[in-house]
Ligand binder design. Structure first.
Ligand SMILES: Nc1ncnc2c1ncn2[C@@H]1O[C@H](COP(=O)(O)OP(=O)(O)OP(=O)(O)O)[C@@H](O)[C@H]1O
Length: 313
C-alpha cells in the first residue's frame, strides 16, 4: 500500500505540491492527471524517494520513504520522466549496473535480467549505446530498470510520452500485464491513457488535489453524461423533432462535423426515447451514440476553474 499524508513541496516561493493526501491499494492503477506544471513529477519524485518533501509523510508497504529509505526503495520501481541518464552505456551494461545497485546476484539475477530483457524485447539492442536508441527503446530500457527487482510498487512518470501509437500500445499492454499484483501510479496528461489503463484517477492542478475518483465517476460529472448524439442528412427536421421532446433539455449541433447532441432533462434515460423517435419518424440516421461523458471536458472544468481561483487568490 502507498499512504501519503499532507505532502507538500516548496521550491523557493513556489508551493509546487500543496498538502496532498491519498492511499493506493494493491491491484490499483492510479492515474495522476494534471496540466503542465501541476506538480505531478514533483509528487512522484517524492514518492520514489528522489526528492525530500517540505512537509508530510509517505509510506510504501508500511515503510516511511524518508525514515526507512532502503526498505521503502526496495519495494519501489521508478521510471523518471524522459530517458535513462546514462546515454553512453549499453542496455546490457546499464541493466547490469542496476542489478548491482539492487543487490541481485546468482540465479535470481540471471533470471530477472532474462525476464526483463525478454519482456521488453531488448535482445537486439542490448549492445548498442542507449543514446543511439530510438525513443521507444529508451523508454523500454527505462521500464526494464524500473521492474528489474520485481517491485511491489511502480511509479511511472509519463511512461508513453513521445512514443508512436504502436509503442504506446505496447507499453500500455505491459503495464496492464503487471497491474494484477502490483500498485502502479502513472502520471499522464493523455486522457485516453486513463481510459485504457487506470482504475482510479487523481486530478491535481496548482499543486492541489482536486478530484479522486474512478474514470467512470469522473465521466458522470460531464455535462455530456447521458446525452445522445447522432449524425443525419436531415439535420433541421431531426433537430426540430428532438427539441419537441419533453425529455430533452437542450440540443446542440457541432459546427465542425454537424453531429447533433441532445441533452436529457435531469433523471431521464434519453437513449430509448430518441431511438423510438427515429424509428417512428423514419429519420435517416447514420450513427446513434449514448454518451457516457467526456473526460477531456471534466478535466478542463476541474483544472481551469482551479487555475482561475489561483489567479484571483
Ligand atoms: N527543481 C525545481 N526548482 C524550482 N521549481 C521547480 C523545480 N522542479 C519543478 N519546479 C516547478 O514546480 C512546479 C511543478 O512542476 P512539476 O514538474 O512537478 O509539474 P508536472 O505536473 O510534472 O508538469 P509537466 O506535466 O509539465 O511535467 C512547476 O511550476 C515547475 O516549474
Amino acid at each position: 500500500m502507498i499512504e501519503i499524508r499532507n505532502l507538500s513541496k516548496r521550491y523557493g516561493n513556489l508551493l509546487a505540491v500543496d498538502d496532498i493526501s491519498f492511499r493506493v491499494e494493491p491491484g490499483q492503477v492510479l492515474g495522476f492527471l494534471g496540466p503542465n506544471g501541476a506538480g505531478k513529477s514533483t509528487t512522484m519524485k517524492m514518492v520514489a524517494g528522489f526528492l525530500a518533501p517540505t512537509a508530510g509523510s509517505i509510506k510504501v508497504a508500511g515503510f516511511d520513504v524518508i525514515e526507512q529509505p532502503m526498505e521503502a526503495k526496495r519495494r519501489i520501481g521508478y521510471l523518471p520522466e524522459g530517458a535513462p541518464a546514462y546515454g553512453e552505456m549499453t542496455p546490457r551494461g546499464f541493466l547490469d549496473f542496476v542489478a548491482d545497485i539492487r543487490g541481485l546476484d546468482g540465479d535470481v539475477r540471471r533470471k530477472r535480467l532474462d525476464e526483463v530483457v525478454g519482456r521488453l524485447n531488448l535482445q537486439r539492442v542490448l549492445d548498442q549505446s542507449i543514446e543511439t536508441l530510438s525513443k521507444g527503446f529508451k523508454r523500454r530500457v527505462g521500464l526494464a530498470q524500473a521492474i528489474l527487482h520485481d517491485p511491489q510498487v511502480l511509479i511511472l512518470d509519463e511512461p508513453t510520452d513521445g512514443l508512436d501509437p504502436n509503442q504506446k500500445h505496447e507499453v500500455r499492454s505491459l503495464i496492464q500485464d503487471m497491474a494484477k499484483d502490483k500498485i502502479i501510479v502513472i502520471s499522464t496528461h493523455i486522457l485516453e491513457e486513463v481510459h485504457a489503463l487506470c482504475s482510479r484517477a487523481i486530478v491535481i492542478a496548482g499543486g492541489k488535489l482536486l478530484a479522486d475518483a474512478t474514470p467512470a465517476e469522473l465521466e458522470r460529472r460531464s455535462r455530456y453524461h447521458g446525452a445522445v448524439s447522432l449524425t443525419t442528412k436531415d439535420t433541421p427536421q431531426v433537430v426540430e423533432a428532438l427539441r419537441g421532446l419533453s425529455e430533452v433539455a437542450q440540443v446542440e449541433i457541432d459546427a465542425r462535423d454537424g453531429r447533433i447532441t441532445a441533452f436529457p432533462r435531469a433523471g431521464v434515460a434519453l437513449f430509448p426515447v430518441v431511438s423510438e423517435l427515429i424509428r417512428n419518424r423514419n429519420f435517416p440516421v447514420d450513427e446513434l451514440a449514448f454518451e457516457s461523458g467526456r473526460l477531456d471536458e471534466v478535466f478542463r472544468q476541474i483544472t481551469v476553474s482551479a487555475q482561475g481561483e489561483r489567479a484571483h487568490a
